[in-house]
Every structure is written in structure tokens, then in C-alpha cells.
Design a protein around this ligand. Structure first.
Ligand code: TYD
Ligand code: MG
Length: 457
């Protein structure tokens, strides 16, 4: 016997449960998203047939690689050299840039300044979904922008915005912020995952087809990631984060993804009464100048993107009151510190097993590269022995588990930057010894084993 259910086609589910963290969709509710393992993120949404979200540029004939490469991407400098550096040399037509940061850090201010600086050379459009036009006007006045004709629009409907973009075809458009936009095709609330995804997809498609550079402002969650699904970061060409140290007036713009430049590239700004000012010599910012050399402080040269930057690594070693001594890091990797202390014990004969070790980077900088290994070891030792490292010395190098000192990328640029800042001596890996032609006016001590470094220190 045949059941009636077999003959009728299955009806489409009317609602779906969409994870607000990763965007995965499920037919049934559950407490945990099985895709990204976040808890309590599934929200019931009306299931839509979402329009095509193909973000590639329009199809064309198959072409030879050599032909496509010949068209070099033109770049328009945006008028703020620090910003151009982060973007990899300027604005690329058709590129979509997502910029995230804490509320009040200065995203709108920065973008307003970029628009003001670029406006004479490029047609622009500023779309605000968060503030009234009067507020935008006040900010422009405060910034002293001399661009009375700068077009501004208060709008949150993506259809309206797209039609304005289509009409004006600006070279650069800023949408502040992506979380406030909505498309009429979906009836979920602005800021929900499906809205974010759909709006961004439409904008990306549009930007590529009319060659407009789009900047999307994104809110960040409490954990500091851009709110909404990670798919936003995949859809855009460039992701910038705007960071600052609590209480500091300095702001760092960092590229965490860039299809047109180096990642981790930094731009440094200071917030003033008249907006953001570029900091052209940021190395000075991350050094705390001590009148006398102090124990536990070592200056290193880190590379952020393509830029060498002098920073101070500090360590404090103190007798532990706990059975399991603490290893705490700020701006450095904690696992790396534990590993380095083990290397110091095995290959340097110094045991810190009964000591608490704290290590940090001055000025709220984060170092993720291995060049900070040797400075961390020396800072810990310097604190342990209460013997300062000479104030005119820089140190960098990776420390291997076998006690060897391994080279790091960009050795000569690092030394050049240190020399420029007035440092006289350097302790570097053997393989980073500068070539004779490099003309670096420093006394460079190359080392290949940990014990050599300890002797030199
Ligand atoms: P804003 O750009 O509105 O931040 P976001 O868009 O990231 O939320 O910046 C707001 C903060 O910046 C606010 O606290 C005031 C401060 N600010 C200045 O200190 N100087 C200025 O010239 C401007 C325009 C803002
Ligand atoms: Mg804002």
C-alpha cells in the first residue's frame, strides 16, 4: 500500500534557526550551534530564498594569465600617509574595506578625515545610518574640513543606497555602519546575520561592478571581533582593526587581512581636539625612556607588516609563593614564555622553576613573531639577576628548542631602524649579521647559541 505522503512533495520549512555567530542555518533549535560550537546563538528567522550571493566580478571569456597580470591595479593615495601604508599603498577601485573597532574609538572621525583629504581628487559619498546629518556636520566642523561640498546621506535602506551609488558612481563611499543597514528583501532586523550577509554581498557585488572603493564600518563584539558572522571578513578584500590602549590617546589601525597589501601593517594616530593626527615616528611611542638602565627591560625591533618598530619588552621575575609558579604575559605569547624558560634552564643552566615570571610589551603593543624570543629570555634573566641591559642595545632573534639562535626576517631593516633611533649596539642571530655593504653604524654582536647570548649579556 502506498502512503499519500509519498506522492506530495515535502513542503519547504517556513522558519529556520540561524546562528548569530557563524551564520549557519538549522531546521531545528538547539542550545549549541553544531558548526561553531557557540552556545545560545540560534535565533528563529523566517527562511528566505536568499538571492544569489555570488561576489565575483561579472563573468567574461577565459583569458590568458599574462593578459590579466598586465593590468596593474591602480591606486589612489587617500591623503593620509599612515592610512595609505595600512591599505598597502592607497585605495584600489572596486575594493571593499571593512573597518572594526570599539565604540567611540574614532572610526567615523578617521573616515571623515579620509573623505576630506581625498575629496579634491576623487568623488566621494558618506552614508550614515547611526547619526543625524547635523551630528555629521558638527564633527566635520570640529575637524576643520574645508570641503563644504562633501556629499552626505542619512539612509539605512540598502536599495536606496545602491541607487544613490549607481547614480553618483563615487570613487570612494563610506557606509557607517554595516550593522544599521537592511535590505527590504529580508524581514529580519538590521544587524542580524542574514541582513549583514545579504547587505554586504549586495554592496560587494555593486562595488566591483561600478569600480567604487567601499569602506564599511563594523561594530565589534565584547570579545573584540567584528560583530556578525565571520563570513563578512571572507567577503571583503581588506579587514582593518582600530585598536587602542585603555586611557591612551594613541590609536593603531592594523590590517588583519588585505588582498592588496601586507597583513599586520600598522598605521599610528593620536586623537586630538582637532581629530586624528598621524604619528610619523611611532618607535618613540613604544619605548619608555629610562633615565638609568633598569633590570628586566630589553629593547627589541619587531616588524609589523613591513615596518620595523622599536618596542620595549619587560619582565619581572619574583620568588613565587605558589606551588605552581605563575607565567603571565601581556602582548606576548604565554606558551612561548614557558617554552623559553625551559630552554633557558636546559641550555643556559638558569632555573626559574620556583619563580613567578611576568612579561609584557610597553605601550599596549602586541608581538606575535618569534623575534621577541631572545629579548624575552634576556629580560627575564636581567630581572632575575637584577642586572640591567645597557640602554643603547637592541636585541632580536628566535630561540630554538635545541638552544640555537635562529634568524628572523628583515634583519637589516631592523638594524637600520635601531640605528636611526640612536641605538649603538645590537645582539642578533649569526645569520642576521649585516652584509659589509649594508653600512650600519652599530656595534653588532652575532650569536648562534643561547649560551653565547648569555655570555654577551
Ligand atoms: P567617533 O569617530 O565618533 O567614534 P566611532 O565612530 O568609532 O564610534 O569618535 C568619537 C570620540 O572621539 C569621541 O569620544 C570624541 C573624540 N573626538 C576627539 O577627541 N576629537 C575630535 O576632533 C573628534 C571629532 C572626536
Ligand atoms: Mg561612529
Amino acid at each position: 500500500m502506498k502512503s499519500a505522503a509519498h506522492d506530495t512533495p515535502m513542503a519547504q520549512p517556513k522558519t529556520a534557526f540561524v546562528c548569530q555567530s557563524c551564520g549557519a542555518s538549522f531546521p531545528k533549535w538547539s542550545g549549541q550551534c553544531s558548526d561553531c560550537n557557540e552556545w545560545n546563538t540560534l535565533v528563529e528567522t523566517i527562511a528566505h530564498k536568499v538571492p544569489r550571493t555570488n561576489t565575483a566580478t561579472s563573468a567574461g571569456p577565459v583569458r590568458r594569465l599574462a593578459e590579466v597580470q598586465a593590468e596593474d591595479t591602480p591606486r589612489v593615495p587617500c591623503g593620509l600617509p599612515e592610512m595609505d601604508r595600512v591599505l598597502g599603498g592607497g585605495l584600489v577601485p572596486g575594493a571593499v574595506i571593512l573597518i572594526g573597532g570599539d565604540p567611540g574609538i574614532g572610526k567615523s572621525t578617521l573616515l571623515m578625515q579620509v573623505l576630506g583629504a581625498v575629496e579634491p581628487r576623487l568623488s566621494v559619498l558618506y552614508v550614515t545610518g547611526e547619526e543625524s546629518l547635523a551630528q555629521v556636520g558638527l564633527r566635520a566642523q570640529r575637524l576643520g574640513l574645508k570641503t563644504p561640498d562633501l556629499p552626505v546621506l542619512a539612509e539605512t535602506s540598502i536599495e536606496q543606497i545602491l541607487s544613490h551609488l549607481q547614480q553618483r558612481r563615487p570613487g570612494l563611499a563610506v557606509l557607517d555602519s554595516i550593522q544599521t543597514l537592511y535590505t527590504e528583501a529580508l524581514d529580519s532586523a538590521p544587524g542580524s546575520v542574514s541582513q549583514l550577509r545579504e547587505c554586504t554581498a549586495q554592496l560587494v557585488r555593486h562595488a566591483k561592478s561600478i569600480g567604487t572603493t567601499l569602506v564599511l564600518v563594523g561594530h565589534v563584539t565584547k570579545e573584540g571581533a567584528i560583530a556578525g558572522p565571520r563570513v563578512l571578513e571572507h567577503m571583503v578584500d581588506t579587514v582593518l582593526y582600530f585598536e587602542h590602549d585603555a586611557g591612551s590617546r594613541f590609536r593603531i589601525v592594523r590590517a588583519v587581512k588585505n588582498r592588496f597589501g601586507a597583513v599586520n601593517e600598522l598605521g599610528v594616530f593620536a586623537m586630538t581636539d582637532g581629530g586624528l593626527k598621524e604619528v610619523s615616528n611611532p618607535s618613540a611611542l613604544f619605548l619608555s625612556r629610562h633615565a638609568q638602565p633598569v633590570p628586566g627591560s630589553v629593547i627589541t625591533v619587531t616588524r609589523q607588516g613591513n615596518r620595523p618598530l622599536l618596542v620595549e619588552v619587560q619582565a619581572l621575575v619574583d620568588r613565587s609563593q605558589l606551588s605552581l609558579p605563575r607565567r603571565v604575559t601581556l602582548g606576548l605569547e604565554a606558551n612561548r614564555l614557558s617554552m623559553l624558560l625551559a630552554v633557558l634552564h636546559r641550555h643556559g643552566g638558569v632555573s626559574l622553576g620556583d619563580q613567578d615570571v611576568f612579561a609584557s610589551v610597553v605601550g599596549g603593543m602586541r608581538i606575535q613573531e618569534t623575534a621577541a624570543d631572545l629579548p624575552m629570555v634576556l629580560a627575564a634573566l636581567s630581572s632575575f639577576r637584577s642586572r640591567p641591559v645597557a640602554g643603547d642595545t637592541v636585541v632580536f632573534g628566535e630561540v630554538g628548542l635545541a638552544g640555537e639562535i635562529r634568524p628572523v626576517a628583515g634583519g637589516e631593516e631592523r638594524l637600520q631602524e635601531a640605528a636611526k633611533q640612536g641605538f649603538k649596539r645590537a645582539l642578533v642571530p649569526e645569520a642576521n649579521k649585516p652584509r659589509r655593504t649594508a653600512k650600519i653604524e652599530m656595534e653588532v654582536t652575532p650569536v648562534s647559541r643561547l649560551h653565547q647570548a648569555l655570555e654577551a649579556f
